[in-house]
Design a protein around this ligand. Structure first.
Ligand SMILES: O=C(O)CCC(=O)C(=O)O
Length: 257
C-alpha cells in the first residue's frame, strides 16, 4: 500500500514515532555501537563514508544480531512500504554520531541524490534516535513537502548549506524513530552541546534500484548462512537483479550526488 495522499508521511515527507524503541533495545544498541567505535578507531565508517564533525559506522548488518532486529522491525517495514510499495530491500544500515561542540553541518540533500522516477519514490530512510534530538545538539533539518518537488537541493538552491526558509527541525526523545521519504531535502545540523548525538539510519530502497551498500558482498558467508528466509529476502541475498544492479555500484554516494 502506498502512502495515501493527505497522510502526513505523503504530505510532509516524514513521520515521527515517539517511544518506539524499548529501553532495553536502546541500551543494547548504544553499547554495541560504542564498542564498535572503540574497535574500529580511525577506520570507522570507511566502508561507506567518513565525515568531519561526526563519528560514523557502516555495514552494521554484519556487526551484530541486535542490528538485524532493527532492520526487520515489522512496524517500520509497514511504514517503509507506504513510501516504496510492497517490494523493497535494505539499502544500508549505518550509524552517525554528531560530535560534541562542532560547527559541522550537512548540506540539504536527498539520499543517494535520488529523484522519484516514473514508478514513484525509490528511497526511504528510518532514523533511530539513540539520544534526544534537540534544537541544540544536531537534530535533523528537513524541508517538508520537498520530496514532491522533483528537483534536488543542489539544482534548485544557490547554497544547500544555508538555512532554508521552509526548513523545520525533526526533534524527539531518545527512543523515537523518524520515517523519512529520503527524496525529502534534509541534512544533519551542528551539535553545540557537550555530548554526542547518536542515531542509526536503516535505509531502504525499491526492488529495482541498487543498494547503497551491496549486502551480499559485505556480509560474511557464516552470517549469511544463519539468516532466516525473511532476512535473506530483505537483504536481497538471493536476487539476481540486485546482484546485477548493486555490484555495478563503483563508489558510495555522496551527499550531493
Ligand atoms: O544523522 C542525521 O542527523 C542525518 C544524517 C544524514 O542525513 C545523512 O548522513 O545523510
Amino acid at each position: 500500500m502506498r502512502a495515501q495522499p493527505g497522510t502526513q508521511l505523503e504530505r510532509e515527507g516524514y513521520l515521527v514515532l515517539p517511544g518506539f524503541i524499548s529501553r532495553q533495545l536502546l541500551e543494547r544498541l548504544r553499547e554495541r555501537l560504542e564498542e564498535l567505535w572503540t574497535q574500529e578507531g580511525g577506520h570507522a565508517g570507511s566502508e561507506f563514508r567518513q565525515e568531519p564533525g561526526a563519528r560514523r559506522l557502516a555495514n552494521l548488518v554484519a556487526k551484530g544480531e541486535v542490528f538485524r532486529e532493527v532492520i526487520a522491525n515489522p512496524d517500520v517495514l509497514g511504514w517503509v512500504a507506504q513510501v516504496l510499495g510492497p517490494r523493497f530491500k535494505l539499502s544500508s544500515l549505518n550509524a552517525r554520531s554528531a560530535n560534541p561542540n562542532s560547527d559541522c553541518r550537512q548540506p540539504l540533500h536527498a539520499d543517494m541524490g535520488a529523484l522519484a522516477d516514473e514508478r514513484g519514490y525509490w528511497v526511504c530512510n528510518t532514523v533511530w534516535m539513540l539520544d534526544d534530538f534537540t534544537a541544540e545538539n544536531g537534530a535533523l533539518r528537513a524541508v517538508p513537502g520537498s520530496h514532491r518537488w522533483g528537483t534536488l537541493p543542489q539544482q534548485a538552491l544557490a547554497d544547500p548549506m544555508a538555512a532554508h526558509p521552509q526548513e523545520i527541525l525533526v526533534t524527539g526523545a531518545a527512543g523515537t524513530v523518524a520515517i523519512m521519504n529520503a527524496h525529502l531535502w534534509h541534512g544533519g545540523t551542528a551539535n553545540r552541546t557537550a555530548r554526542p548525538r547518536r542515531a542509526l539510519h536503516a535505509f531502504y530502497c525499491r526492488w529495482d534500484k541498487p543498494q547503497q551498500q551491496y549486502q551480499k558482498n559485505l556480509l560474511p558467508a557464516e552470517t549469511q548462512a544463519q539468516l532466516i528466509p525473511a532476512l535473506r529476502e530483505l537483504l536481497a541475498l538471493d536476487d539476481p537483479l540486485n546482484d546485477e544492479l548493486s555490484s555495478a555500484m563503483t563508489r558510495p554516494s555522496g551527499f550531493l550526488k
